[in-house]
Design a protein around this ligand. Structure first.
Ligand SMILES: *[C@@H]1O[C@H](CO)[C@@H](O)[C@H](O)[C@H]1NC(C)=O
Ligand SMILES: *[C@@H]1O[C@H](CO)[C@@H](O)[C@H](O)[C@H]1NC(C)=O
Length: 316
């Protein structure tokens, strides 16, 4: 290949792969134990060192700004992210009432003031809530998904968050919301779309049990959800905040968990999102610490994250 076309190719590749790539990180382990700074650092480092990924999984999506088990202390993932140069999609829990949301804001502002620019430089965006709108739907209620929040509440919290960061190091960072694609395409939630700078979309063909949801259809099912969300987004960016295929668990309609199918899903969906430069936080690196989830989505099985091999090949 000529040198000039190599340059063009390199430019194309670097633009195409510019999206954030990472995983979702809970504030506690399955047994309820809080993750502390060392736990977050260990997880962030393990993500960076995943075989087959060129060290590109350097972003972490969080669900809360509050250190687990405290009222409003800054989640220790922030210091861990600074130490490991991990970018952050911050999350504020928005389904536990106003007093709790104020604690989220307190922790967010404290992080901005304590860590300043070193922190802000890592922040991809701030999500106000996670699947709150899904949880108030008939499907969410039927699945015992837990307490949710009304669209007016989320829109109001988004405005509060924007005000809260206005004079901090986080000023101007994108503020949005994460929900299931089904919530985004529901016109009753338009006020939330309007309030957002970005839409975080969660989509799992595995759980779409009223559709033909075999692995053979999974790529199409995923992109149908993505395209429908883009169509409802009022032109705002759509980020993929959760998706994945379980490595084990029960068959859900036509969706069969397993490492072979998870590999197919990764190859089709994850690799195409990466190639398209679409921001992605996959679900998930490991969900089997101190417990056995079912279905299990972790690409690393239970055990020492630095030692256990991924359950399937992660090369694109
Ligand atoms: C659509 O959204 C509204 C408001 O969030 C919710 O109450 C309703 O249950 C949703 N409808 C469906 C079919 O999910
Ligand atoms: C997955 O779907 C997208 C969108 O329709 C398409 O561009 C892509 O080629 C599909 N990939 C596979 C492996 O089918």
């Amino acid at each position: 290949m000529r040198y000039s076309s190599l340059l063009t190719l390199a430019a194309t590749l670097s633009t195409a792969s510019a999206g954030y790539k990472g995983f979702n990180y809970g504030a506690n382990f399955m047994n309820g134990q809080a993750k502390v700074q060392a736990d977050f650092e260990y997880e962030f480092n393990a993500a960076k060192q995943l075989p087959g990924t060129n060290g590109e999984f350097t972003s972490a999506r969080l669900y809360t700004m509050i250190q687990h088990g405290t009222t409003n202390n800054i989640i220790e993932a922030v210091q861990a992210a600074i130490n490991t140069k991990t970018s952050l999609l911050l999350g504020l829990w928005a389904s536990a009432g106003d007093a709790n949301f104020n604690n989220e804001i307190t922790a967010l502002q404290a992080a901005a003031s304590q860590y300043g620019q070193a922190f802000a430089d890592l922040v991809a965006g701030i999500s106000v809530g996670s699947e709150d709108l899904y949880r108030i739907t008939p499907t969410g209620i039927e699945n015992n998904a837990g307490v949710g929040a009304q669209p007016a509440t989320i829109a109001n919290y988004i405005r509060k968050t924007r005000d809260a960061i206005a004079n901090t190091a986080l000023a101007g960072k994108p503020v949005g919301h994460v929900d299931t694609w089904t919530a985004w395409v529901n016109g009753s939630n338009n006020a939330v779309v309007s309030a957002c700078d970005f839409l975080g979309m969660d989509a799992y063909p595995y759980f779409q049990t009223t559709m033909a949801n075999s692995i053979a259809n999974a790529n199409q099912t995923f992109y149908n959800a993505y395209d429908a969300t883009v169509a409802a987004s009022q032109g705002k960016p759509v980020w993929v905040t959760e998706t994945g295929w379980p490595v084990s668990g029960r068959t859900a309609n036509q969706a069969v968990p397993g490492t072979d199918n998870a590999r197919i899903y990764w190859q089709d969906v994850t690799c195409s999102l990466i190639a398209g430069g679409i921001n992605l936080w996959y679900y998930t690196l490991q969900d089997a610490q101190y417990g056995t989830p079912s279905p299990q989505f972790g690409i690393k099985p239970a055990g020492d994250l630095m030692q256990v091999q991924p359950a399937f090949n992660l090369q694109c």
